[in-house]
Structures are given as C-alpha cells and as structure tokens.
Design a binder for this molecule. Sequence first.
Ligand code: ADP
Ligand code: MG
Length: 475
Amino acid sequence: MEITAQSVWSNCLAFIKDNIQPQAYKTWFEPIDAVKLSGNALSIQVPSKFFYEWLEEHYVKILKVSLTKELGAEAKLVYVIKMENTYGNKQPFTEKIPSANRSALKSQDVDVPFNNKSPELRNPFIIPGIRNVKIESQLNPSYSFENFLEGDSNRLARNAGIAVANKPGGTSFNPLLIFGGVGLGKTHLAHAIGVDIKDKYPEKTVLYISAEKFTQQYIDSVKKNNRNDFIHFYQIIDVLIIDDVQFLSGKTGTQDVFFHIFNHLHQNGKQVILTSDKAPVDMQDIEQRLLSRFKWGLSAELQTPDFETRVSILKNKLYRDGVEMQDDIIEYVAKHIKTNVRELEGAIISLIAQSSFNKKEITINLAKDIVEKFVKNTKREVSIDYIQKVVSDYFQMDVNTLQSKTRKRHIVQARQLAMFFAKKYTKASLASIGSQIGQRDHATVLHACKTVDNLSSTDKQFRKYVEDLSKKLAL
Ligand code: ADP
Ligand code: MG
C-alpha cells in the first residue's frame, strides 16, 4: 500500500486511541486532519492555537511514540494551525505560530517541548572547552512576570522573585525557595525569574532544570564516569533554577552532589532558586544539611488564589489569546474551580476548543458541562464498596441483601444500579466489578449497565433513582 499522510496518521490514531481515554481521544484527536507527508515529516492540521498548545503539553509523548513507530527515529511532526474565526469579527489568533516552521519532536527529549534542547545541555559535561559553550537556559519566555498575576495568595513569592531578578545573588533571598501545591504557579514563577534575569543581564548564565532531569544527568554521569565534569558544569552557572526539589527525596547520591554544587554557587554569590511542593519542614528524606541550606534564604509559599485573582488570571489568559468571553461565564468557571490554576486554565481551554470545533457558542450551559467534567475527574475515585454502601442505604437495605442471589425486583435493581455506578465512577473492569458485587460474571455487569441505561430513558421513577444516586456519589 502506498504510504500517504492519511495512512500514516490513521495508524498513529489507532495506536493513540488504544492508549488514552475515549473522551480525550474524541476531543483532541478526532478533529485533526493529516495534510502532508514529506519525507519523514508529517503535517497535521489542528483547529486552533489552543489545540496545538494542548497537544504539545499533554500528548507530545504519545504523538512521538506513535509517529516514530510509523516513520522511524527521525520522524518529525509539523503542526498547521487552521485559522478559523469563530469569535465574531475580531482577529482572535493574531499571535499565531507560523504554520510550517514549528515542529515538535525535533529533539530527542520532548518533555520541554517549547524549547529545542541544545545538545550541550543534554550532555553538558562531555563537551570540551565548556566555558566557551553557550548554555541554553531552557526557559519558557511565555512564563513571564507580566503574565503572572499578583494576588494575596502569591504576593510575597512574586515580589521576592522580582527582587531576586533585579539583583541575582545580591539579596538575602538566596536560595529562594518557592513552595506550594500542584498547579499553583511554582514552575511559572521560577521561569519568570529566569526570563527576567536573562533580559536584564544577558551575559549571565541562567539554567532552568527539573530536579528529575538533574538526577538523571547525575546518574548518567556516574555511569559514564564523569561525575566531576557534571559538577563543574553546574558550578559555572550564575543562576541555577531547580524545579520540584521534592523529587530528590531519598536520592542520597544526587542530594550529595547538589549539596556541593549549592555550596560552591552560594559562596561565589551565585543565585539559586528552588521550587518544591512542600515546605522545608515537611520534606521527607532530604538530608538535614541540605534542608538547613534551603532555609538560609527565603521560603515563600504560593497559596490557592482567591476568587478575584482567579478571575483576573482567566481574563488575562483570554486577553492574551485574543478570545472574548462573557463575564458571567468566566466567573462561573472561577467560582467552581478553586484549588488549581492549571485546571482553571484547562477548563477554559476545553471550553474554547469545544466551542470552536463543534461550532457551538460558548454558553453558560457549555461551561457547566465542562466544569462538571473537570471537577469530577479530579475527584478521588470512589470505591466499589462505597458505591454499594450508598446504593444500599438509599434503598434501605444492607449490603448483603444487595449482593444476595435473590431475584426480587427491587433488589435486582439496586444491584444493577451499584454495578452501573461502579462502571461509571471507577476504573475497575467488568469482571472485577462483578466479583465484588455478589460474585457475578462480567456479562451480568454488562447486562446491568445496559438495563440501567434503558430504564433510565424509559422509566421516570427509575431515572429519579439514577439522578439521586449520582448526586450522592458525586459529592
Ligand atoms: P506548579 O509548577 O505549581 O504545578 P505551574 O507553574 O505549572 O504550577 O502553573 C500551572 C498553570 O497555572 C500555568 O499555566 C501557569 O501559567 C498558571 N498560573 C499559575 N499561577 C498563575 C498566576 N498567578 N497568574 C497567571 N497564571 C498562573
Ligand atoms: Mg511545576
């Protein structure tokens, strides 16, 4: 068979479909068209810039794996962004990335897709004459201070960051440790400091690296017997930013080497910036001497932003993306997604994506649907035991009755509902649901799910059961 863009892409899709959630597949992959294949570069057309960013952020690995399977190790992916204006007369995507010259998968290392890796960084220490080598900072310029909105929740950390950026190594905030829960802006702020320093002091060597990658490089250096080169490489950096240092927990070798690098940098007036998902006192399995170093400077916490800040973050994002959205919709999203800025942005992005490729208007109802999905997805998974308990309580029977072999109609229905919700709210297989709900087989569970589906569309009373139970289980 002739190899075409379409055939390559359809093989990729088959692989991707097998490996991600159906809803995600539908949302993010079905709207894509393969448009061109030239050599080992496949061009795919995506509906908008959001789409492209979302794919890059969430699916670049699976894209790479699937495309490499099809086109070999040299495979390249090129995004073509379809300029379709669904938002009235405004030109929403003026900041568009030129369609053809942006390609992911160029570098072997794809987890920081916004920045092509320089080989120097990936293997810094084997390059001779390192002092003359320009070190890529690995910074994401869109993570700027300007885009990092200030609120009570981040004022200290943000301003400390600005102070550090004005005088790297010259404040008492050394190291600056930024800590806080997931999705609250640690990585963004850490980049912003680096970006600003690069801007003000172009001659300074700034390096952003995740603790995970730092660890990996260290391990490689030990394997290759060039641990000293590794240390020297890090010792010539002026501003070292290490993200997610909690990752060093329990890794004594890496902690040890970092301790030496840290001391060297600190003594020489170089700036160190760290982020962590925990306060130093709560960090486990980090050596005491390192923890005490962390406390030398300033530990600044990022807290969850209040409602006003969440609204401003969303408005700023929409403004930058050139999208208009009604205030009540923005506020609805900000009101319901509270604990994580990344999810807040994610909800808005899928809202825009949904509306743009379904050509639906962005309405409050669409917002409700999407927010519900976000809130539900991030919830702890409920257990099958819990579901059986809730269903039994609702029908005022005990769990043993629900599981019993009886064919009494109301008990059968309760059992079927428990199976239905177990399928809906847990990741358990049909077989495992069956074995936990009264030792039934997978066919029985499948039948139960179908029955519940049918009855809830034909029987009003039954639909009420489903709705009531959904509410109880969703809490
Ligand atoms: P963390 O590293 O703490 O998990 P990130 O830095 O990755 O979080 O932030 C998650 C997302 O939220 C990013 O897209 C970031 O730009 C955004 N974000 C977080 N805080 C703010 C803020 N104060 N203003 C604007 N965007 C923010
Ligand atoms: Mg982060």
